[in-house]
Design a protein around this ligand. Structure first.
Ligand code: MG
Ligand code: MG
Length: 282
């Protein structure tokens, strides 16, 4: 295959990929349940790994050269690639993005969620800062689903980025990262083609059944400029503004789209958006 080629998946291969996607979703669900003030990001990493291994799968993040963890845990102005650490204790009201992936039977899932950390009693502080963080996370999540909805109707993949950008612009004064983008996914976690979170001059490849992409808007409450910390991984906003990251691995099928890393395959959310659910089982 040349660099610009990518593999379209057969229905049987998509069903195999759904297994990896569902395990990824369950790992993130377990992380979300355990996420409370006082917990360290390394403990969340342990929980994600335990969940993935309980299904006979393994972490694909650990296969990335030089990375030894199951999740990336990015707190507040950290946008992506935050490294879990025992001394990184979460506080109530923190905005935490968790990115995770599982591999099973040679297929990959990749997904990310943003959590506003609750206190020990499950409450989230009611402050202006927390309200702003909620709005940022909600706009980023909404833009992901706007991108997924666009994928269902798109002729060309570039329409996804345009939909994400339009959604973000309509929902606040935010920065969409341009240094990092989504990607194809399948036998490897990162494959062609790139999936931009913004409008470009590139039409992108034709959208046809069998295309599987990880759509992952990374959005800040300020500037879209970033820098990498001295640890060589953690990406932070240059202006220290808060950040949110949401991601799903999404397949195009003959009948619609199938959100491989959503617990329900995306069914309920797609229905609310008027987008055909294209799940191949259940
Ligand atoms: Mg990811
Ligand atoms: Mg990804």
């Amino acid at each position: 295959m040349s660099r610009s080629d990518f593999e379209l998946k057969t229905p049987q291969q998509l069903i195999a990929m759904r297994k990896a996607g569902l395990i990824t979703a369950k790992a993130l669900e377990a992380v979300k349940s355990a996420c409370v003030a006082g917990v360290s990001t390394l403990e969340l990493d342990r929980i994600a790994n335990e969940t993935i291994e309980s299904f006979g799968a393994h972490s694909n993040f650990q296969l990335v050269a030089g990375y030894n963890h199951t999740i990336c845990a990015s707190v507040n102005h950290e946008v992506v690639h935050g490294i879990p650490a025992p001394e990184r204790i979460l506080e109530a009201g923190d905005i935490l993005s968790v990115d995770c992936g599982a591999e099973i039977d040679g297929w990959n899932g990749d997904s990310a969620i943003t959590i506003i950390v609750p206190d020990q009693s499950g409450q989230v502080p009611d402050t202006d800062l927390v309200r702003a963080r909620r709005a940022l996370s909600s706009a980023t999540d909404g833009s992901l689903w706007a991108g997924i909805a666009a994928l269902a109707k798109a002729e060309r993949l570039g329409e996804v980025g345009a939909a994400i950008e339009d959604y973000i612009e309509a929902n606040g004064k935010y920065g969409i990262l341009e240094d990092y983008v989504g990607h194809g996914i399948g036998r490897s976690m990162h494959e062609e083609p790139p999936v931009y979170n913004f409008r470009t001059k590139l039409l992108g490849p034709k959208v046809t059944p069998g295309l599987v992409v990880a759509i992952e808007p990374m959005v800040t409450a300020g500037s879209n400029k970033t820098k990498v910390l001295a640890d060589g991984w953690t990406v932070v906003s240059k202006d220290s503004s808060d950040a949110s990251h949401w991601e799903h691995s999404v397949a195009v099928t003959e009948t619609g789209v199938w959100v491989l890393t959503a617990l329900d395959g995306g069914k309920s959310r797609l229905e609310s958006l008027g987008v055909p659910f294209g799940g191949l089982e259940g």
